[in-house]
Design a protein around this ligand. Structure first.
Ligand SMILES: N[C@@H](CCC(=O)N[C@@H](CS)C(=O)NCC(=O)O)C(=O)O
Length: 218
């Protein structure tokens, strides 16, 4: 039995997409960050920081998306979605798993300032501008480095699944059209049947109430 604890448009989408790539059957328990359900004792017993993803899997519960993604890839070596220890691209792969969360933390802090603060007047325009500039720089660096179709030279991998969260949320804060190479890469990822199957199960997001959040005035 596999049960994914999931927030629509959350980092748990990474796990959902990977489960689809691996052809696994799984149940989904849906949450909202807004309604307090992720602070219930039942959920905290699964995920101590009250975050998604959490994955119930073979009697165990795992949290942290990179750890879950790597564990699933190791359990399914036949899918060849993660370079094995000793492979030439292993270092680059691990680098990208971590880098995906460098970008993820920028996005999380932008969400806090722009979406979750109950009184938006408490948000700091200076911090918002700084975070947005750092996000643009982080994406710009990837635009410069992405020379092939995917992050790794051998083709599509779990690193792409981890990194794609940068686009799913980044598009609310940065005009991704500034990065034509990344746009083409994201389109390639979205065309994957497993991505589309996962999107069909992702659920309705309740984080954003508009398509784009421009920088504050001044
Ligand atoms: N590094 C963790 C971050 C998990 C995380 O922060 N998830 C967000 C959703 S994308 C969450 O559950 N937030 C709930 C909260 O902050 O209360 C991972 O990659 O799994």
């Amino acid at each position: 039995m596999i049960r994914l604890h999931h927030v629509p448009l959350g980092r748990s989408f990474r796990v959902m997409w990977l489960l689809e790539e691996l052809g696994q059957e799984y149940e989904v328990a849906y949450y909202s960050i807004r309604d307090g359900s992720m602070r219930s004792p039942e959920f905290l017993a699964l995920s101590p920081a009250g975050r998604v993803p959490a994955l119930e899997w073979d009697g165990e519960v795992l949290f942290e998306s990179a750890a879950i993604v790597q564990s699933l890839c190791e359990r399914h070596p036949e899918a060849a979605l993660a370079p094995l220890p000793g492979a030439a691209s292993r270092g680059r792969y691990l680098e990208m798993l971590s880098y995906a969360e460098t970008v993820g933390c920028l996005l999380e802090n932008l969400n806090l300032n722009r979406v979750f603060l109950r009184d938006p007047a408490q948000a700091s325009p200076v911090v918002i501008k700084l975070l947005t500039a750092r996000l643009r720089a982080a994406l710009g660096a990837m635009e410069a480095r992405l020379t092939g179709a995917y992050l790794l030279p051998e083709g599509f991998s779990a690193a792409d699944i981890m990194f794609a969260y940068s686009f799913e949320l980044g598009r609310y804060y940065v005009h991704l059209e500034e990065f034509p190479g990344l746009m083409a890469y994201w389109a390639r990822l979205q065309a994957r049947p497993a991505y589309q199957r996962a999107k069909a199960r992702d659920g309705e997001q309740d984080l954003y109430d508009r398509d784009f959040y421009p920088l504050p005035e001044g």
